[in-house]
Design a binder for this molecule. Structure first.
Ligand SMILES: *Cc1c(COP(=O)(O)O)cnc(C)c1O
Length: 473
């Protein structure tokens, strides 16, 4: 079962053998009560010593790059440092509750969830919140289903959802998955929503306009109140993609701008662990008129102060098992409670300051502005993907590339509030060093990473999710 190293790595790549490739020993097998055709007679298992195990995993961790290794300015993703105290809170014995227990016996759990619904509602200016959806994209889909149920309840057969061309791919996907026709809205010259184009796109078929604000260029939609009025006058609803909420935290609220539905990406805005496909959470908030359509059950607080569960009157049903990804929600709660109002508004102030400072320090052209929490530079004649690979050689994670497409060879950059000036300067130096390099150097990058150029298309399309699958290739 030794796999062929050469097939998986370039000659220059660093390689850490599997434990089972290094030391195996014949395991002692006890007599088993299972039928003979389900058991085996011999089994080779890794048998390393403790220091060998410690070094193996330390080496593996050093081959990776994460928010604990250095700056991670991946625009739109809001890659914040995850404070370790939230892990401690989630690891408390009291957090380990079986989800099938009766509401009477898990009052602490329900009070935390109720408290989080309340926090998120107040932060977003929403009247009711469900914590069930397990990611931002799942929150979008839930929100779209809520909008559909609302319109259907009013006997209103609306078939279209309007999405700006610069929107995140999940917006188009959520709308299409829920059975709507997607109407793509071209952007205005200033990178914002073009009111005339919006007016032309709106009709009695419009169920929803999905927006993020600030938008994916990091620009605040100044006409948001007028946009809300146009959509509402056409009988549609306004959806807020909460991925950029970090820019407004503690300062402005989507509900006050006229949004009816929103999701919160807690792994972005509220620093719960991010990536790797989860577990995450994407709670959804709605205004009062839409609350009866939220997923069931919802957590409520009775008059006598005890907590319970109820099914909203016209609920769309469940979108996740039990009450959502509980331990992620515990971390969200802990983060918000620790920061408090002053901490949250301080986070958004620093996020905006950091993005604008970094934008002013880099030599690449930055076509729009002024920005909120992120900016989009253009790599110009260079290929943005090559720029990203080369930045790895300078010891920093690159920005998001080639999106939004309004900016050619886009470098969408979001330093977040966690970085100090020294780190921002280090990022600027990396950008500027790469800006001066020739195509040949860029195409050969990265040279100093564990793995060199990876075939990204195969990595995404030809998934091998277990070690055994490597042998089938
Ligand atoms: C991240 C993101 C999403 C999707 O959220 P996930 O939690 O990754 O599913 C949607 N819209 C925007 C603008 C985003 O940045």
């Amino acid at each position: 079962m030794k796999y062929d190293q050469a097939r998986w790595t370039h000659d220059e790549d660093r390689y850490e053998p599997l434990l089972s490739e290094k030391h195996t020993a014949e395991a002692e097998l006890d007599d088993s009560p299972l039928p003979a055709d389900l058991t085996r007679d011999s089994l080779e298992l890794p048998a390393p010593s403790e220091p060998e195990i410690a070094r193996h995993y330390t080496r593996l961790s050093e081959m990776n790059y994460g928010v604990d290794s250095g700056p991670y300015p991946l625009g739109s993703c809001t890659m914040k440092y995850n404070p370790k105290f939230t892990e401690d809170v989630a690891a408390l014995d009291d957090a380990a509750v079986h989800p099938d227990r009766s509401p009477e016996s898990v009052q602490g759990t329900l009070s935390l969830l109720y408290g989080l619904q309340d926090y998120l509602g107040r932060i977003g200016g929403m009247d009711a919140v469900t914590l069930q959806p397990p990611a931002g994209a799942a929150g979008e889909f839930t929100g779209v289903l809520v909008a559909r149920a609302y319109h259907e309840h009013h006997g209103d057969d609306r078939t279209e959802i309007i999405v700006p061309e610069s929107a995140h791919g999940t917006n188009f996907a959520s709308a299409a998955l829920a059975g709507f026709d997607v109407v793509e809205l071209p952007g205005g010259d200033d990178g914002r929503v073009d009111l005339e184009a919006l007016d032309a796109a709106l009709s009695s078929d419009t169920a929803l306009l999905m927006l993020t604000n600030p938008n994916t260029l990091g620009l605040f939609e100044r006409d948001i109140e007028e946009i809300a009025e146009l959509v509402h006058d056409a009988g549609g609803l306004l959806y807020y993609d909460g991925a950029n909420l970090n820019a407004l935290l503690g300062r402005a609220r989507p509900g006050d701008m006229g949004f009816d539905i929103m999701h919160y990406n807690v792994h972005k805005t509220f620093a719960t662990p991010h990536g790797g496909g989860g577990p995450g959470a994407g709670p959804v908030g709605v205004v009062e008129d839409l609350a009866p359509f939220l997923p069931s059950p919802q957590v409520e607080r009775g008059e006598n102060g005890t907590y319970g569960l109820f099914d909203p009157e016209h609920s769309i049903g469940k979108v996740h098992g039990y009450l959502g990804n509980w331990l992620v929600l515990v971390k969200t709660y802990a983060y918000i409670a620790r920061l408090g109002d002053p901490g949250l508004s301080d986070a958004s102030a620093k996020a905006v300051l950091n993005a604008n400072y970094l934008a002013s320090q880099i030599e690449y052209e930055v076509p729009y502005g002024p920005f909120h929490h992120e900016f989009v530079a253009s790599a110009g004649d260079q290929d943005a993907a090559d720029v990203a690979k080369r930045m790895l050689d300078y010891g920093v994670h690159p920005p998001t590339t080639k999106w939004p497409e309004i900016v050619s060879e886009a470098l969408m950059t979001e330093p977040t509030e966690i970085e100090n000036r020294t780190t921002l300067d280090q990022l600027a130096e990396a950008f500027n060093a790469v800006a001066g390099e020739d195509d040949e150097t860029l195409r050969a990058a990265p040279e100093r990473t564990t793995a060199r150029r990876i075939d990204q298309t195969s990595a995404a399309r030809d998934l091998r999710l277990s070690w055994h699958a490597l042998d089938e290739a």
